[in-house]
Design a protein around this ligand. Structure first.
Ligand SMILES: Cc1ncc(COP(=O)(O)O)c(C=O)c1O
Length: 454
């Protein structure tokens, strides 16, 4: 059969409240045209993020009941630790309440004034934690990774020449080399196994530890299996183990590729560093056998880790994005290509070329998508990145709109509904207007600022 179906049946449903277009126009106006200001029950299809929004399986819910809430030595921790170590062979696994808590601990150890930390592209919270420590984060992704239209199988790869030159130049200032798989901030693009090994090799040649931000490790492994030479015949767990066996540690948001609604971990090989990390953990998160989580969460994650590496799931997951990207390309909508792992990115600056960047074409597209179809997306462009620390405003590198897909939550007909919304938008896009910001906070304005239609 050619049709790739959702490889699950639905046992429990969450109704979607259908809204009318006039109702949505009123609701988004009341929210100051900021999609973060909407109540989620006024959203028909919520593509704001894939983080913590996935559906748990019946086996995960069953595991929740097994959760042991002992303060110390819980068997739920033992099961969680074994599930992590089965895929990522690190000596120490330190549970945290989500990914950024693992990052905060990592950079409490490795960060500090005058330090600089390279990655393909640091995710915002990673960069935030690096900068909060006084250090600087630098992005060294390959040139193809910065060009939305350029095709390359591994657009998340680190530029190895740049990394080598960087390590030569900043030899004493680099405490750790990082790599994000898949590269979320770069469009969910994968990193090849060869690149992971080469980055590890370079880091180790310069005597630096190598730490992977592994939030979407299973999606990355699927791309390695299907796109990298010599990998097709291997199982996903084998590929995952290969990726992490060359690293000295990892940070993880279990809200992505562990099918959790909450959770994360920091893993390390070095005994002394792990002891230091556990010291921070006890102060900020909790005792080392639960970290920031309940025993029931640890159980759900242990089960989730066995489900996320199933090939039928990954095939369906990645195919959904490819399907949407193929249809959008056929409609003439400019998108980041090839399709990434967890999201589809629309190039709003190219599609709404009549709206200048400082009138926020990404915001105009995201609001129109909500008004027309009740779909919530996320502007990743000048609203998010356009305000400099000195208060000046400038266009971001790109004006994208991200449609991030929660795991196992929506079906094919939701994808078709989304595509119909784009057909409607394509017919009226030239009439869309830009926006002006009328109220904004000092930091991270995209979450709470208010807009007026121009
Ligand atoms: C690549 C990457 N790293 C880190 C994080 C932070 O994880 P969390 O939201 O669990 O704190 C995210 C979240 O979106 C992410 O995508």
């Amino acid at each position: 059969m050619k049709t790739i179906i959702e490889p699950f049946r639905i046992k429990s449903v969450e109704p979607i409240r259908l809204t009318s277009r006039p109702e949505r126009e009123r609701l988004i106006a009341e929210a100051g045209y900021n999609l973060f200001g909407l109540h989620s029950d006024d959203v028909l299809i919520d593509l704001l993020t894939d983080s913590g929004t996935g559906a748990m399986s019946s086996q995960q819910w069953a595991a929740v009941m097994r959760g042991d809430e002992s303060y110390a030595g819980s068997p739920s921790f033992a099961r969680f630790e074994a599930a992590v170590k089965n895929l990522m062979p690190f000596r120490h696994v330190i549970p945290t309440h989500q990914g950024r808590a693992a990052e905060a601990i990592l950079f409490a150890i490795f960060g500090g004034a005058g330090k600089c930390i390279p990655s393909n592209t640091h995710f915002d919270t990673t960069r935030g934690n690096i900068e909060a420590s006084g250090a600087r984060g630098d992005d060294l992704v390959i040139a193809e990774g910065k060009d939305p239209q350029r095709l390359h199988p591994f657009k998340g790869n680190m530029d190895l020449e740049k990394l080598e030159a960087y390590l030569e130049k900043h030899r004493d200032a680099v405490p750790v080399v990082m790599l994000t798989i898949t590269n979320n901030a770069g469009g969910g693009q994968p990193v090849s196994l060869a690149n992971i090994r080469a980055v590890a090799g370079l880091a180790h040649r310069f005597g630096k530890p190598f730490v992977i931000d592994g939030c979407r490790f299973a999606e990355n492994a699927w791309f390695i299996k299907t796109r990298e030479e010599g990998q097709a015949g291997r199982s996903i767990p084998e590929i995952v183990r290969d990726c992490f066996s060359v690293a000295d540690g990892m940070t993880m948001s279990a809200k992505k590729d562990a099918f959790g609604n909450i959770g994360g971990w920091l893993a390390l090989n070095d005994d002394a560093l792990a002891e230091e990390a556990r010291g921070h953990l006890i102060r900020t998160e909790g005792f080392p056998t639960y970290g920031g989580l309940a025993g029931r969460d640890l159980e759900a994650l242990a089960q989730g880790l066995s489900e996320i590496v199933e090939e039928d799931y990954l095939r369906y997951r990645i195919r959904t994005n490819e399907y949407i990207v193929e249809r959008l390309v056929a409609m003439g909508v400019p998108v980041v290509r090839p399709a990434g792992g967890h999201a589809v990115f629309i190039d709003a600056r190219a599609w709404l070329a009549h709206i200048p960047p400082l009138e926020y074409p990404g915001q105009a597209l995201a609001v129109a998508l909500y008004e027309i179809a009740g779909v919530r997306s996320c502007e990743i462009g000048t609203v998010m990145f356009g305000r400099a620390p000195d208060g000046s405003e400038h266009p971001a590198a790109m004006d994208l709109v991200r449609l991030a897909f929660p795991r196992r939550t929506y079906t094919q007909s939701h994808a078709d509904y989304l595509l119909e919304a784009f057909e409607d938008l394509a017919a009226r896009k030239d009439a869309l207007r830009g926006y002006r910001i009328v109220k904004e906070p000092k930091l991270m304005r995209h979450f709470t600022c208010r807009f007026e239609k121009l």
